[in-house]
Design a protein around this ligand. Sequence first.
Ligand code: BGC
Length: 348
Amino acid sequence: MKKLVALLLCLALALTCVSALAEGQKVGVSMPTKDLQRWNQDGENMQKLLEEAGYTVDLQFASNDVQQQLNQVTNMINNGCEVIVIAAIEGSSLGSALDLAKEKGIPVIAYDRLLMESDAVSYYATFDNYKVGTVQGTYVKEALDLDNAEGPFYLEVTAGDPGDNNANFFYSGAMDVLKPYIEAGKLVVKSGQVEFSDVATPTWKTEVAQTRADSILASFYADGSSIDAWLCSNDSTALGVTNALESSYDGEWPIITGQDCDISNVKNMIAGKQSMSVFKDTRTLAAQVVKMVGQILSGEEVDVNDTETYNNNVITVPSFLCEPVFADVNNYAELLLDSGYYTADQLQ
Ligand code: BGC
């Protein structure tokens, strides 16, 4: 009996120690900016789930300022974070902080965007970025019935930030579908701007995408001729293109693609201004990363499902890719409202 009581006491003590350990463990979460809706959601989800799991969270947003993010991550390392999760503003610019993390033995998880040029990246969790692009390209291909219709159709392209490794994957996924039709002359890009470097949008900013779209409209479509599709890599750039079209375009309203299901863009889908988006449920990504954090800290094997795709120019980072989902006006209610992602009021 005495032995049993002693055993139970030991067990209780051990459990208290384990939970005290989880309570004391601090996780740093570094997000790029509060300016775009998605990073606010990602940050909030990460904080909520990590706190629910008993961790202390140091969540920082860096105002899209690389130096600020570098300082924030360095502080996280110096202030006792045991794992650091980073969605980088500029994938290649955190080298010195990553070196410090490595030196101190602190694992780093790249969140959504790959951290480049460093061997100090332990894991990467993201959505299947190439697939996001394929979903967008395939939508344009099918909506215009490119295999059967005679054409030619007029296309313009707006891609993402060259400092974000994802931007290239989105662009390549979409262009791998559409390029053959461009080469065959069935899709015509009147501006002649097709290469990634010509269509990129530094910092993904709506205003930057809008300024470029304004200039394309003024130079190539001022005669009232129509654009059939405007491939946009995400919602913030789709919004810029939509704004430009609304203010200075007289042709038929084009197909516009996007990604993220940001509130303004879902409203535009409902209003018939944006044709589709790609839903990347940030709750799923956050949950996966919280799971990774737990597995790392408890020394368990970490769940990954891709060990080949994401090379950061130094190492191939073991990754977990979540599934992106096609969204349009027909399925947004089920995807976004029924799942509790948004309330109906938010989309009014
Ligand atoms: C993300 C996209 C987002 C873009 C701009 C990318 O890294 O994967 O979901 O639209 O950044 O914030």
